[in-house]
Design a protein around this ligand. Structure first.
Ligand code: NDP
Length: 244
């Protein structure tokens, strides 16, 4: 049996789909997010462990890491995989009309959140002898677009963290893989971006036929972490066919 796989932002969308696929691949999964009710259902379905996690709160991250360690020790397993997936977007204002609070939140959750959880779990990933950190960035971590300044700035930060980690962990037994999806139709991402405005959210998907599904991205993540130990996937960009 492989060691534990930890998935942040596992209460919906890409994170939930990833947890399902990793559980199917045989990993005992630890699921982190703020909505424990949803995590509890997914834990029952996958045989995993649900643990409350707010990546913007250091005390919550510390308690989460402790729970991961307790689960690992109970199962007699190491911690093999960390999928840093928790993240999100808020707003679509141009830079000169930016809502600074939204920008701060996006930086906190998409960049500092990845740093906090990674920092807490690197010792465990290293101790397992076969650690793997997956960072879910976005094509928004590689391009910019109008109205997306806050999100693209944050996701460029996510990409920078992943690339820096790869350099700094070189020579140690931890692979680092960045997964950069294009447009994915998940239930909540766009709705949250527009503060619950379903109509504005639906417009995001206009013009791109067949956006990716959460399962498409989860498939890429599951494939990445199940390559033989010497195979190191650096960056995987995945877009819907209709997205340039
Ligand atoms: P969802 O909104 O469905 O999922 C976001 C997840 O992040 C939820 O599980 C949410 O859980 C969690 N989350 C948000 N804030 C926090 C926090 N402070 N602490 C812990 N968990 C948190 O969106 P997606 O599944 O679409 O997005 C997942 C990742 O994929 C994100 O990083 C996103 O930026 C990225 N992405 C999405 C794309 C898309 O088009 N949908 C495209 C490219 C990348 P909870 O609210 O319960 O805490």
């Amino acid at each position: 049996m492989p060691g534990i796989a930890v998935v942040t932002g596992a209460s919906s969308g890409i994170g939930a789909a990833t947890a399902r696929q990793l559980a199917e691949a045989g990993f005992p999964v630890v699921l982190g997010a703020r909505r424990l009710d949803r995590l509890a259902k997914l834990a029952a379905e996958t045989g995993g462990t649900a643990v409350s996690l707010d990546v913007t709160d250091q005390a919550s991250v510390d308690a989460f890491a402790t729970a991961v360690r307790e689960t690992a020790s109970k199962l007699g397993q190491g911690v093999n995989v960390l999928v840093n997936n928790a993240g999100g977007a808020r707003g679509a204002d141009p830079v000169d009309k930016a809502d600074v609070a939204d920008w701060q939140w996006m930086y906190e959750v998409n960049v500092i959140g990845v740093v906090r959880v990674t920092k807490a779990l690197v010792p465990d990933l290293e101790a397992s002898g076969q650690g793997h950190i997956v960072v879910v960035s976005s094509t928004a971590g590689h391009i910019v677009y109008e109205g997306g300044g806050g999100y693209t700035a944050a996701k460029h930060g996510t990409t920078a963290v992943a690339e820096t980690l790869r350099l700094e962990l070189s020579g140690r037994p931890i692979r680092v893989s960045e997964i950069a999806p294009g447009m994915v139709r998940t239930d909540e991402f766009a709705v949250n971006r527009f503060d619950g405005d379903a109509e504005a959210a639906a417009k995001v998907y206009e013009g791109v036929a067949n956006p990716l599904t959460a399962e498409d991205v989860a498939d890429c993540i599951a494939w990445t972490v199940t390559r033989p130990a010497h195979v190191d996937i650096d960056l995987l960009v995945v877009r819907p066919l209709a997205q340039a």
